[in-house]
Design a protein around this ligand. Structure first.
Ligand code: ADP
Ligand code: ILO
Length: 344
């Protein structure tokens, strides 16, 4: 039995906004078939009152059993109502853009990732040590089948030298350790068991295993060729999907631990150098808001931007197709570069 949490006045999380007393009463004794509870769903947001969202699902069913809490959060973040249905479109011939920075002056690198989880397993917040290892085994065996540009090796975290791990993180290839939001959600349980990274020789194709989601499939390279990065990603996802069935819902698309990632589960980002616009954040934000883009720091979420370099990515992942999401990025980045050039 849990008590209604105390949210401080300074808490602006979507959890604190939508967990009303009546929603709490409706959900407090509910459990999913895999035994996920409201307490587990809200643990991170209660522990960290500075959360933006504050909730994590423990399984696919969490999104229906606890829908009175998840649906308004999803609506506010993605603008996706409970009557809508998500559609996918990865047909690259329908993407008319390519590289918004052909002169190679502003975009340092482009990265597109999708999150995936395996059908019928619990998500990372409530998965057992044994199940997580089983998930790792299935993923690694699927990845070892990949050919040509996508072929690579798997490096488990448990025996990775500290120096290698630090270098991979610094080079933006590997997830950080000890994220406090993930820890409180249970997503760092049994660390580092079952965690690791697969990558090709060039590190243009990478897969994170058992971080916030069971797979984060990543395509990245220097420069701004969004089309090339997207094409590699889609090819990889299709190959992996031949062997592994991903958790998916008719309404919500791909199922992810955090509701911000539902749907396409895709974040397409560029690291971009905007020295003049960085002195006019109001203008920068008005352009990114107009194109549904989010600004992050150069070391990922909850980090600061450094030396006028920003991580800019699609904010919407649900209720838009993959093609619409990369179009948002393409158009927004084109507008930002134009504004940067025009600034005196
Ligand atoms: P995610 O993208 O999986 O939601 P993060 O925001 O934490 O997670 O980013 C993960 C890592 O990817 C960080 O090291 C971040 O700097 C790096 N990254 C994100 N976008 C780019 C990019 N366009 N180029 C290079 N590295 C990037
Ligand atoms: N739980 C954190 C992060 C939310 C969105 N980001 C990710 C990585 N899922 C919060 O609520 O601020």
């Amino acid at each position: 039995m849990i008590d209604f949490p105390n949210f401080s006045e300074n808490s602006h999380s979507l959890l604190s906004k939508f967990l009303t007393k009546s929603v709490f009463e409706e959900l407090k004794n509910k459990k999913t078939t895999k035994n996920n509870s409201l307490q587990q769903v809200i643990a991170s947001g209660v522990a960290h009152q500075d959360s933006h969202i504050g909730v994590y699902a423990g399984d696919k069913e969490s999104y229906t059993i606890f829908s009175s809490l998840f649906d308004p959060i999803i609506k506010e973040y993605h603008g996706f109502s409970k009557h809508q249905k998500h559609n996918s479109n990865t047909d690259i011939t329908q993407f008319s853009g390519s590289n918004p920075d052909v002169e190679n002056k502003y975009i340092i690198s482009t990265r597109i990732r999708v999150a995936r989880n395996i059908a019928n397993y619990p998500l990372g917040t409530i998965i057992s040590n044994e199940e997580r290892k089983e998930v790792e085994k299935r993923i690694v065996s699927a990845l070892c089948e990949l050919k040509n540009e996508l072929s690579g090796s798997y490096y488990p975290l448990y025996n990775m030298p500290q120096k290698t791990q630090a270098q991979l993180i610094e080079d933006h290839f590997l997830f950080k350790e000890g994220d406090r939001f993930l820890s409180s959600a249970g997503l760092n349980n049994d660390w580092p068991n079952g965690r690791g990274i697969f990558h090709n020789k060039e590190k243009t194709f990478l897969v994170w295993v058992n971080e916030e989601d069971q797979l984060r499939i990543i395509s990245m390279q220097k420069g701004g060729n969004i089309k090339e990065v997207f094409a590699r990603l889609i090819k990889a996802v299709k190959e992996i999907e031949k062997v592994i069935t991903f958790s998916k819902s008719d309404r919500l698309g791909y199922i992810t631990s955090c509701p911000t990632n539902l749907g396409t589960a895709m974040r397409a980002s560029v690291h971009i150098f905007l020295p003049k616009l960085s002195a006019d954040m109001k203008k920068l934000k008005s352009i990114t808001n107009h194109h549904h883009l989010q600004i992050r720091g150069v070391n990922g979420e909850h980090s600061e931007s450094k030396n006028s370099v920003f991580d800019i990515s699609n904010q919407r992942r649900l209720g838009v197709t993959e093609i619409e999401a990369i179009n948002d990025l393409y158009k927004g980045i084109t507008a930002l570069i134009k504004a940067e050039k025009e600034k005196i």
